[in-house]
Design a binder for this molecule. Structure first.
Ligand code: NAD
Length: 721
């Protein structure tokens, strides 16, 4: 393979460079391990070496972690051996007879961090790409190449838990603060500094006798077994509160830390490799890994089938409308290095857009993710205007003016008159058909949808809407721009509600109906947060804005009257209760903070909350989740997206649908479509025809298949034909 190159200088400095051939990043695979094992044997026997620097030959990456493709090929029964193999290798590194220094000048994650932990010293550069962490829990596992054993011994229990249980990543400054790295070094002098540092260690012997190394006492609590137990108990409570207990990995990681407390390293490693088998291969782990691959897959896609289509490069963006969404979109562009020009109809609105962008940057500064200087630099990428000056230079303009067809058509016509024929118009509309907006366009092939979710800087999904006349090049350009902005795009067909809002509509209106039928607001929401949603449907309606939701609901009700019906929330809008932004919706709000459910909301809805819930939680859950599954099946039949995997990705990234389930349709598959059909039919009998199962569901239930076992699109087409 030749992933490692060893150079030994006359003065005894060994430099081991990891540079995986043919790959953009360094990953730890079986083959890499085989080669590294041989290299380590050679190193241990090389009499010339007095200290060793371990570095990467890749720009911006030290080691990205394990090669996750191999995770799909390992059986659950092999994982303990796999973990032990990695541990043994890193032990071999830890036992080299001279000081070892890891030079981290880029991404250092998972197995990369575990390798660095096995070195005597760690240096990290302040390059923007450089970060260190153990993201394993996000993939449903925990570090099992020695990470849970070495990290607490190095940085103490509290700091170790903070990394292992959350998967968070640190820059050099923070890593230095907790003692994870020895020095945070300016990128410009990193290589030179690292060599000097390693050279200065030569002849010093190992850092400290490994046996004598005791966990550092960070706080008084950490000094005693009792104190450490308290820390772990507190951490366990926090994990349960944050995840509802749906994710086994952080809980098992806590068990490991408990079992290994005070054990010698060898015995502790044995516990770690034994317990990884409790999470690896489980449903949650497989779902989270599947989600990771689905997101990675998008990075390789172009948004169109034709491999010859190339996206146009975007060097400047225009944004029409500097409101809530426009301000957010311009901020995002500026953050990712693309100058953005905003246009609005009045100076106050423009000022509001700048203020909204500044507020997002300010938050990053407060969280120390950005310096004041960087914020100033990014704000300088924003400009504003009341006319179309400067828009001719913007290859793509995102339209985010008010949600009115006439206004959008006018704006499109004005914009077309001001820009060259190659410019692209991407509307951020939530509900208006792209084809309708472009009906009188001179260049309809250059009009598409680019639907961001609110708040723009947090929500990772963008729906790229392909109108009937939108060209491949336009779709590919908008798709590629979404990726450049750090989002995950999903291409959807130009039908009412597109994908995510269409699937949410029956869910949200059913939640309102449940309240009108006597359920308490907080009970309805709790069923869904227990299910794993980040917020319940009624709280979500308050966050979205009831006026916005009612408008979208009207469009969907007009398109699909047999299934999507208003829940009656327009009464709340009429009463001025618009949700969080107006200080009152289903809940009351104090300074923007959600309080108790509002009595007057019940009165306006003419609902009487019963002390005894009228339906048990499982019925409430079925009434809320199954209509989403059903609507997703109709979406597949209508060709809104190409495959069930896209529905799941969009629902997870666009609504926070619980990742541990693998997504809406994975969840349905694991319930079984026979059961899904049965429950929908039962609901139809009890509550009305809006629950009638889609053809696809009936067909798949008959065939004993699932959305994934038959391609959803194919299943839809089969029924349609
Ligand atoms: P907003 O009311 O906050 O902002 C709209 C802005 O457009 C205002 O500043 C207004 O002055 C400006 N405007 C009106 N006419 C204009 C014109 N002719 N030229 C330039 N600017 C003009 O609205 P918003 O919430 O930002 O929504 C904008 C778009 O984004 C809508 O299409 C909406 O459906 C969509 N959207 C909204 C959300 C959301 O949660 N609010 C989410 C996704 C998409």
């Amino acid at each position: 393979m030749n992933a490692f190159q060893l150079d030994v200088a006359a003065d005894g400095l060994g430099v081991l460079t990891f540079d995986l051939p043919g790959e953009k990043v360094n990953k730890l695979s079986r083959d890499v391990f085989v080669e590294l094992a041989e290299v380590l044997v050679r190193l241990s026997q090389d009499p010339r070496i007095r200290s060793l620097l371990v570095r990467s030959g890749k720009p911006e990456v030290f080691i990205a972690g394990a090669d996750l493709k191999e995770f799909t090929q390992i059986g659950a029964e092999e994982i303990t051996a796999g973990s032990a193999r990695g541990q043994a290798l890193f032990e071999q590194l830890a036992r080299l007879p001279f000081p070892t220094v890891a030079a981290i000048d880029g991404v250092c994650l998972g197995g990369g961090t575990e390798l660095a932990l096995a070195c005597d010293y760690r240096l990290m550069s302040d390059a923007p790409a450089a970060r260190i962490g153990l993201p394993e829990v996000r993939l449903g596992i925990f570090p099992a190449w020695g990470g849970t054993v070495r990290l607490p011994r190095l940085v103490g229990l509290t700091a170790a838990l903070d990394l292992i249980l959350t998967g968070k990543q640190l820059d050099a400054r923070r890593a230095k603060r907790i003692g994870l790295v020895d020095e945070a070094v300016p990128h410009a002098i990193f290589e030179d500094f690292a060599r000097r540092f390693a050279r200065a260690r030569s002849g010093e012997g190992k850092r400290r006798s490994r046996r004598a190394r005791r966990p550092p006492v960070v706080g008084a609590l950490e000094a005693t077994p009792m104190g450490r137990r308290l820390i772990r108990e507190k951490a366990r409570k926090k994990v349960l509160a944050d995840t509802g207990g749906h994710y086994p990995a952080p809980l098992v990681a806590l068990d490991v830390l408990e079992e290994t407390d005070g054990l010698p390293i060898e015995a502790a490693l044995e516990v770690e490799s034994r317990r990884i088998a409790d999470v690896f291969g489980g449903e949650v782990q497989r779902n989270l890994l599947g989600l990771f691959f689905a997101t990675e897959q998008v990075k390789k896609e172009t948004g169109v089938d034709d491999p010859n289509v190339r996206p146009r490069p975007v060097t400047r963006m225009g944004v029409l409308g500097a409101g809530l969404m426009g301000g957010g979109i311009a901020q995002l562009a500026a953050d990712k290095g693309i100058p953005a020009r905003m246009k609005d109809v009045q100076p106050q609105a423009l000022a509001h857009g700048f203020a909204a962008a500044a507020a997002v940057f300010r938050e990053s500064v407060q969280k120390r993710r950005l310096t004041e200087r960087e914020m100033t630099g990014r704000m300088a990428r924003l400009s504003g205007t009341l006319d179309y000056s400067g828009f001719a230079q913007c290859e793509v303009t995102v339209e985010a003016v008010v949600e009115k067809l006439e206004v959008k058509r006018t704006v499109l016509a004005e914009w077309e008159a001001a820009v060259p024929a190659t410019a692209i118009f991407a509307s951020n509309t939530s509900t208006l058909p792209i084809g309708e907006i472009a009906v009188a366009a001179g260049r309809p092939e250059r009009v598409a949808g680019m639907h961001f979710f609110n708040p723009v800087h947090r929500m990772p999904l963008v729906e790229v809407i392909r109108g009937r006349r939108t060209s491949d090049e336009t779709v590919a350009t908008v798709f590629s721009l979404a990726k450049k902005l750090g989002k995950t795009p999903v291409v959807v067909r130009d039908l009412p509600g597109f994908l995510v809002n269409r699937i949410l509509a029956p869910y949200l209106s059913e939640a309102v109906r449940l309240v009108r039928e006597g359920c308490r607001i907080e009970d309805v929401d709790r069923v869904m947060t227990d299910f794993g949603m980040p917020v319940g449907p009624l709280a979500l309606l308050d966050d979205v804005g009831l006026d916005v939701a009612v408008k979208a609901g009207e469009v969907l009700q007009a398109a699909f009257p047999e299934r999507i019906k208003s829940g009656g929330d327009e009464a709340l809008v009429a009463a001025g209760r618009l949700g969080r932004k107006s200080g009152a919706g289903f809940y009351d709000y104090e300074k923007g903070k959600r309080g108790a459910p509002a009595k007057s909301a019940y009165e306006i809805l003419r609902a009487e909350p019963k002390p005894e819930p009228p339906f048990p939680p499982d019925v409430i859950e079925s009434r809320l989740v199954l209509p989403m599954v059903n609507e997703a099946a109709f979406c597949l039949e209508d060709g809104v997206v190409a495959a069930p995997g896209k529905v799941d990705l969009a629902m997870i990234l666009g609504t926070g649908f619980p990742p541990f389930t693998g997504g809406l349709l994975r969840w349905a598959d694991s319930l079984g479509l026979t059961r899904v059909r049965f429950l929908l039919e039962e609901l139809t009998g009890r509550f009305g025809p809006r629950f009638e199962p889609a053809h696809t569901i009936r067909h798949l239930a008959d065939a004993r298949g699932g959305f994934y076992s038959a391609s959803g699109a194919a299943a839809g087409a089969e029924v349609a034909s």
